[in-house]
Design a protein around this ligand. Structure first.
Ligand code: HEC
Length: 112
């Protein structure tokens, strides 16, 4: 019985590791490098982000040089940063729109 329990434990660990890896891999920007996504992202950046992030950083940091992973970028924009001035856009923007902005900031080094 003890050995069955140990095997089940190993199996469960392997399943959890695989699930974690799959979840991490799933959250990468599917439209990175896509020209129409980049064009849409630029418009959204102008409307919603420029006021604080400006051409290459202002009240908020320079998003064109962010070190965040795709997933961390998405989560930051949707949830905002508690205790900071970065607003949560989760009720105003779809994840697809956040990916468009992300594709845009990854396509250039400043807004022009
Ligand atoms: C009201 C001002 C304001 C607006 C509007 C705003 N931001 Fe921010 N943003 C900030 C501030 C301030 C920070 C820094 C927060 C901190 O101190 O952690 C920040 C941080 C971030 C970060 C984390 C950057 C990093 O490298 O750690 C991301 C990503 C981000 N903003 C994306 C956006 C996007 C995309 C938009 C437009 C949809 C946007 N922000 C609009 C103020 C703003």
């Amino acid at each position: 019985m003890a050995s069955t329990g140990a095997k089940a434990g190993v199996l469960l660990t392997a399943i959890l590791a695989a699930a974690t890896a799959a979840a991490t891999e799933a959250l990468t920007n599917p439209v990175l490098g896509d020209p129409s996504a980049i064009a849409e992202g630029r418009k959204i950046y102008r409307q919603r982000c420029y006021i604080c992030h400006l051409s290459h950083g202002g009240r908020g940091p320079n998003l064109f040089a962010t070190q965040l992973s795709d997933e961390a970028f998405l989560m930051t924009v949707i949830n905002g940063r508690k205790g900071a001035i970065m607003p949560a856009f989760g009720l105003q923007m779809s994840p697809d729109e956040v990916w468009q902005v992300h594709a845009y900031v990854k396509s250039t080094d400043h807004y022009e």
